[in-house]
Design a binder for this molecule. Structure first.
Ligand SMILES: C[S@@+](CC[C@H](N)C(=O)[O-])C[C@H]1O[C@@H](n2cnc3c(N)ncnc32)[C@H](O)[C@@H]1O
Length: 324
């Protein structure tokens, strides 16, 4: 088992507190900072495989088992007194946060392709980003699509090509190591546990999007994206534009697998949209203008490898880059 020194785990929790949770979830910011200074909880984490020590995974496991802690002593008690169940939950689950609000960043690009579209999402989780045509959008007061039980609000800056309508989609396919079932109560409970405290709107949006996906299931391929993407592309209906996209996925790949994915997608007859953390795709990052303050916590939206916008990690903000 690959492990990691306690000091590195503490750094990771400090980073999560100061960069990822800061300004988004004050409770998680405080919890992660406290964990980074708690030798007992760090020792619990150090016993887990290196790939199972992330803040998101521990915090989600605790929400899944116990609900949201109201204080750090309560949380630490859950970790130390209920260590077996917390460990088992972390070993049997993964960080699969599925945020349909990320579709508000995808839509302006999707609407620019010739219709109809075949959508293939790699790292789809429960597939909630495969329904951009089923959601309604409020782009700073400019309404697109709908009516829908899910309205995605998104603040804009820069020359965003806000579309007049949503595009026609003829096929939706997802690839995931472990596709989650939108109709399964336990999968739904895990997806809820992955939502950070302080965002009740994300919970209601999740339920509405899961209901919508359960009523119109996407085709899901189980396995590694390198193996399953060619299978999905081969299943795309003729006479459609095939769009391969991924949001918050490639950070889970090794550098070799990432390079293999970029080569694979570049050789397929598809358009390619990525929405990933800064630095996850170095070739995209290197084409960005100088980073702005706070960039480290943002995602970068790119079309066929060219950056077009910065976006908020869980949706709600789209900052289009000025044309160069
Ligand atoms: C953080 S979730 C993002 C889900 C969705 N794209 C979204 O933005 O809401 C990452 C997903 O990628 C999947 N994943 C990670 N590595 C993968 C791989 N090598 N092949 C297929 N799926 C993978 C995980 O199982 C998980 O469901």
């Amino acid at each position: 088992m690959t492990t990691r020194p306690v000091a590195e785990i503490a750094d990771r929790y400090r980073w999560f507190a100061q960069v990822e949770a800061a300004g988004v979830s004050p409770l998680y910011e405080a919890f992660a900072a406290s964990i980074a200074a708690d030798a007992d909880v760090l020792a619990f984490l150090a016993d887990l495989p290196a790939g199972k020590q992330q803040p998101n995974l521990l915090l989600a496991a605790l929400q899944y088992l116990h609900g949201t802690a109201t204080s750090y002593p309560e949380l630490r008690n859950w970790v130390l007194e209920d260590a077996d169940r917390v460990r088992t939950t972390m070993l049997t689950h993964a960080t699969q946060t599925n945020e349909p609000a990320r579709c508000a960043a995808l839509l302006p690009l999707l609407a620019g392709f010739s219709e109809p579209l075949t959508l293939i999402e790699v790292g789809a989780s429960a597939g909630l980003c495969l329904y951009p045509d089923r959601y309604a959008y409020d782009y700073g007061g400019h309404l697109v699509g709908g009516p829908s039980p899910v309205t995605l609000s998104c603040e804009l800056s820069g020359p965003v090509p806000v579309p007049a309508r949503v595009p026609k989609v003829v096929a939706r396919m997802g690839v995931d190591l472990n596709p989650l079932d939108p109709a399964d109560p336990d999968d739904r409970a895990w997806l809820h546990a992955l939502i950070w405290p302080g965002h009740p709107e994300r919970r209601s949006r999740l339920d509405a999007a899961l209901d919508l996906a359960a009523a119109e299931p996407a085709t899901m391929f189980t396995g590694h994206l390198l193996d399953q993407l060619p299978v999905a592309v081969a299943a795309a209906p003729a006479a459609s534009t095939t769009v391969v996209f991924h949001t918050a996925v490639l950070a889970y790949l090794s550098d070799d697998d990432k390079a293999a994915f970029i080569a694979l997608v570049g050789g397929l007859p598809v358009r390619w949209i990525s929405q990933e953390g800064l630095g996850v795709l170095p070739a995209v990052r290197d084409r960005l203008p100088a980073p702005a303050p706070g960039d480290r916590a943002q995602l970068v939206l790119a079309l066929d490898g060219e950056p077009v916008a910065r976006t908020a990690p869980h949706g709600g903000r789209l900052d289009w880059l000025a044309a160069t």
